[in-house]
Design a protein around this ligand. Structure first.
Ligand code: CUA
Length: 379
C-alpha cells in the first residue's frame, strides 16, 4: 500500500505546485485558470470587482497560512512519532490533557484570524449594497430582465429597449434593477461585479462601474433550463461622448414606420434581398421580435441589430455565417429555445404551441440569407 500513499502525496504536491503560482499570477497570458481571460474575476476592471478580489485574497492568504501551519504540524508529528522497527505496537505514551495557555492562545488566534476575514467581508457587503450617489446626482439606471435564454436591457430614462448587449458610460455608477420573466437567472459580469440573482416576483438591485472604456463578457450564473450555458451577454463601457452618441443612435428608428418594417437605410445592401428579408421577417419573426427601440415584445428587441457585436445572447459573434446558421438551425445553437420550437400555450403546455417556431417555417438557405441582409440593414 506504500506506493498508493506516495501517489497521493505526489498528486497533492503537484496540485499545490500548480495552484500557488497560479494564485500569485493569474491575469497573465498562458495561465491555466485564465486561458482567455474574458470572464476572469482575477482581472477586475471596476471598484466592486476589485473589492471582491481583495476579499478573496485576504481569505486565501489566511486560509493558506492555516493550512500550512496546521497541516505542517500534523505532518511533522505523524512523521516524528511514527512506529519504528522494534517498537512495541501496544505501547501507549504518557497522556497529557492540554496546556491552558496553549489552548487559550489557539482559540484567541483563530478568532483573530476570523476577524481579519470578517472586516473586509462585511465592508464589501456594505459597498455592494449601498449604491453611491455621485456629486452630479447622475446615476445611469438600466432595467435588466432575464428570459429563457437571453437578456432584456431597458433604459427607462431614454425609452430604449435593447437585448443581450448592455452599454453604459465608463467611470459612472450604473444602477441595475434585476427582474426575471420566467425562472431564476443570475447576472454575472465577472470583471465588474459578483453575481446577483434575478428572481420572478422580486426586485433586486446592484451597481457596477467600469474604470475605463472596455468590452466585457457576461454570463447567466444560475441554472435556468436547457440553454443556461448559452445565456451569455456582452457589456460595452463607452466614453461619455460615445455613450451620448449611442443613446441618440438607439433612439432613432431604423425602420420606416409602425406597420412598415422596411429599413430606413439600405446603404450598399442588395435592395431586393433586403426587401425579401423584410417580408420574411414580417411573416416569421415580427410576432416575437420588435425592431422598434421603444417597444418590448416577448423576444429580444432587434432594433439596431446590425450594430451589435454578438448574436444568440452573446454566444456567437455577429457575423453573416453565424447569423445564417442561427436562423436556419437555432435548435443546434441553443437547445430548447423558443425561436425554434415555438411558444407553448401557458394553459396547455403539452398541446400545440401558442406561437409557431422556425421549425415549422421551412426556411431555405436563400430565405436565411435574405433575413441576414435585412437584419444587417438595421443599424
Ligand atoms: Cu439564465 Cu442560467
Amino acid at each position: 500500500m506504500k506506493w498508493l500513499t506516495y501517489i497521493w502525496i505526489g498528486i497533492l504536491l503537484l496540485i499545490t505546485g500548480i495552484s500557488i503560482p497560479q494564485c500569485l499570477n493569474t491575469a497573465g497570458e498562458g495561465s491555466f485558470i485564465n486561458k482567455t481571460g474574458q470572464q476572469s474575476t482575477l482581472d477586475p476592471q471596476g471598484p466592486i470587482a476589485q473589492n471582491q478580489l481583495d476579499v478573496f485574497y485576504v481569505t486565501l492568504w489566511v486560509t493558506l497560512f492555516l493550512f500550512i501551519t496546521v497541516g505542517g504540524a500534523l505532518a511533522f508529528a505523524t512523521w516524528k512519532f511514527r512506529v519504528r522497527k522494534g517498537d512495541d505496537p501496544d505501547f501507549i505514551p504518557a497522556q497529557s490533557h492540554g496546556h491552558p495557555l496553549v489552548e487559550l492562545g489557539l482559540v484567541v488566534g483563530s478568532a483573530a484570524l476570523l476577524v481579519v476575514i470578517a472586516i473586509p467581508t462585511f465592508s464589501g457587503i456594505l459597498l455592494k449594497d449601498q449604491i453611491p450617489v455621485p456629486e452630479d446626482g447622475e446615476v445611469i439606471e438600466i432595467n435588466v430582465t432575464g428570459y429563457q435564454w437571453w437578456w432584456g436591457f431597458e433604459y427607462p430614462e431614454h425609452g430604449i429597449h435593447t437585448a443581450n448587449e448592455i452599454v453604459f458610460p465608463a467611470g459612472k455608477v450604473v444602477k441595475l434593477n434585476l427582474k426575471a420573466n420566467d425562472v431564476i437567472h443570475s447576472f454575472w459580469l465577472p470583471k465588474l461585479a459578483g453575481k446577483l440573482d434575478l428572481i420572478p416576483g422580486r426586485d433586486n438591485k446592484m451597481w457596477i462601474q467600469a474604470d475605463e472604456p472596455g468590452y466585457f463578457w457576461g454570463q447567466c450564473a444560475e441554472y435556468c433550463g436547457d440553454s443556461h450555458a448559452y445565456m451569455l451577454f456582452r457589456a460595452v463601457a463607452l466614453s461619455e461622448e460615445d455613450y451620448a452618441a449611442w443613446v441618440v443612435d438607439q433612439q432613432t428608428q431604423s425602420v420606416v414606420g409602425e406597420a412598415d418594417y422596411s429599413p430606413v437605410n439600405f446603404e450598399e445592401a442588395d435592395k431586393d434581398l433586403v426587401l425579401k428579408g423584410t417580408d420574411l421577417f414580417v411573416q416569421n419573426c415580427a410576432r416575437c421580435h420588435s425592431v422598434d427601440p421603444n417597444v418590448q415584445t416577448m423576444g429580444p428587441n432587434l432594433a439596431h441589430f446590425g450594430s451589435r457585436t454578438s448574436i444568440a445572447a452573446g454566444w456567437l459573434e455577429n457575423e453573416p455565417e453565424n447569423l445564417e446558421h442561427w436562423i436556419l438551425h437555432p435548435d443546434k445553437v441553443k437547445p430548447g429555445n423558443f425561436m425554434w420550437k415555438g411558444f407553448p400555450d401557458p394553459y396547455n403546455p403539452k398541446g400545440p404551441p401558442q406561437m409557431e417556431g422556425l421549425k415549422d417555417a421551412n426556411l431555405t438557405r436563400e430565405d436565411a440569407q435574405a433575413l441576414v441582409a435585412y437584419l444587417y440593414s438595421l443599424k
